[in-house]
Design a protein around this ligand. Structure first.
Ligand code: ADX
Length: 204
């Protein structure tokens, strides 16, 4: 992305990320949920956020539908707009993580290169890609927002999985298959992974 602004200097504060992490008792990382619409991304992320909050963590979830009401309200669903959507969210999530928080993001993020660009903003082990997997047939059946029906009727253009691509992750840190696991099992798998990696401590 082109750097438009010139004559800008980076200012460093006196509070470090390490200092913030020490005070919080957990790492500041990005937990990036990706998957088809209706795969259960947001449902699982909401449960993970709640569980981590109850464990005393500083945690915040950024959600596609919500962020598109505000910060990204000027973006649609063309490939370019989705790339810009994910670029901004990657940057926002990085700021949250830098503030010492566990930043959960729940966006389809269909393009591998966009997810990889978000990953590249973070240090080693600080970007946890969670592929919330459900095949397209399952998502079509669930159709919680009635969008697949509309997309199949041609009423929504460029709909992911129908008339726009979804590139499956090849190296996700974690895959949760919501066609086999319950919401509770799926969210527990994420929390267990974070404990296992030492990102958060054991619940007391
Ligand atoms: S992304 O592709 O840019 O990552 P994002 O997660 O922000 O998408 O938004 C996806 C949500 O927008 C879906 O859950 C759905 O509710 C809504 N939506 C509206 N139009 C589309 C479309 N053409 N393709 C996918 N999702 C859409």
């Amino acid at each position: 992305m082109l750097q438009k602004a010139t004559n800008i200097t980076w200012h460093k504060g006196k509070v470090t990320k390490e200092g913030r992490e020490k005070r919080n008792g957990h790492k500041g990382v990005v937990i990036w949920f990706t998957g088809l619409s209706g795969s259960g991304k947001s449902t699982v992320a909401v449960e993970v956020e709640h569980a981590l909050f109850d464990m005393g963590a500083h945690v915040y979830m950024l959600d596609g539908d919500n962020v598109r009401h505000g910060l990204n309200k000027n973006l649609g669903f063309s490939a370019e707009d989705r790339t810009e959507n994910i670029r901004r969210i990657g940057e926002v999530a990085r700021l949250f993580a830098d503030s010492g928080a566990l930043a959960l993001t729940s966006f389809i993020s269909p393009y591998r290169k966009d997810r990889d660009a978000a990953r590249a903003l973070m240090g080693e082990g600080e970007f946890i890609e969670v592929y919330v997997k459900a095949d397209i047939e399952t998502c079509k059946e669930r159709d919680p927002k009635g969008l697949y029906k509309k997309a199949l009727a041609g009423e929504i253009k460029e709909f992911t999985g129908i008339s726009a691509p979804y590139e499956e992750p090849e190296n996700a840190e974690l895959v949760v298959d919501t066609s086999k696991l319950s919401i509770e099992e799926s969210s527990q798998a994420v929390v267990d992974f974070l404990i296992d990696r030492g990102i958060v401590g054991q619940p007391v």
